[in-house]
Design a protein around this ligand. Sequence first.
Ligand code: CTP
Length: 422
Amino acid sequence: MENLDFEMRRCLPAELIAFLHIAGEKAGAQEQKLYLVGGAVRDLLLHRPILDLDLVVEGDAPYLARQLAKSDRMGEEKGKGEGRVTVHRQFGTAKFRRGGLNIDVITARSEIYSQPGALPTVQPGTIQDDLLRRDFSINAMAIDLSPASFGQLLDPHGGWNDLEQRRNVRILYERSFIDDATRILRAIRYEKRLGLTLEKNTERLLREHISMLDTISGDRIRHELELILKEDIPEQILERAEVLGVLQQLHPSLRGNGWVAERFRKARQKAIADSALYLLLLTCHFSEADIEHLIARLKIVGELGRNMRQVPRLTEVLPSLDDNALPPSGIYRLLKRYHPKTIAACSLASNSAIIRSNLERYLNHICYVKPLMDGEDLINMGVKPGPRLGSMLETLREARLNGQVITKEDEEALVRQLMRNH
Ligand code: CTP
């Protein structure tokens, strides 16, 4: 068995290692064994930064988490949500933040899937059970944190070999994708992020069980899609997902082709890329019916859903923006109803340089222009509160956009004229 004490010292801050020693000792004092598992072990072996810690205890996770958070000086000093423990008794899990890291403590368990895609029934188990229930060999390694064997690697499924030698993403058992089809999306995310390849049998089973994605709830699919869109180069994952038929299973109109890749790259160059903008780009050629279908499938709510629905409407307006001679007020009038993110997505998607330039003018300048006078100023001049006051403010804004008013006196003169004309 390998000891990773050296790797840990090389890759983790001394203070964090001290914390892991203390954690192992505290568990040991309860005659329980504690392990670091999952992504942190994988990333440690790859010398990649570690963002979260998953700890598995063969014992009572909520109890241990509380003890750790309580005794941890760092947690107390940092304040602001640090050291506060959130417990899920039902799942035997607890989490807290420490030194900027999310720490999850879970009770070692085995899982039984009664139905594909449903959450499993869990029962306490050993670390071996806990590693066996995991998605891929590269995520099914553990480091022992017990005082007597601190740093020992547990790798019952050959994860290290898959990481270093064969560079494989490999599931642990035949029914893995049936039990939890989110693993289909996770597999290609790890493949591209870590420069690995789906192991042959894993790829065969993934292709065979793609329809199992239909067993996964909208919330879980959306979460996995967001994780993909938060990767450094998501278009690589989407391309692979299209080749494997995964994207089409989520929605027949989704594409991960070169057009998408080019737009994603442009969004990053302009430093406006985020998962919401990427999703708008992925759906900007969708019909309204397609959009509704995807929103329902992924249970999208709030601003993102509103922006997705705006895209087909804005697409219909775009031909009117294909005009070099449009005054700023004209551009404003056409675009004022649309969210800047929707406009940014349509700009990236458009093939017309004139349309793009008008959309960019709006985003960079026009949308910020406001009259110097506000509603109160107009009321002080004798305008009655109501819709007419709103429309006067809009007239002032458009006059300013077109350079027809400069000073406050210009605006006051225009208001007086509007009042006379009424
Ligand atoms: N896991 C799993 N099946 C899933 C989700 C998670 O087996 N559908 C296990 C894996 O062992 C994984 C661990 O739970 O390593 C933690 O999950 P998560 O935080 O999603 O992944 P990380 O490994 O931390 O990787 P990432 O860097 O992508 O966050």
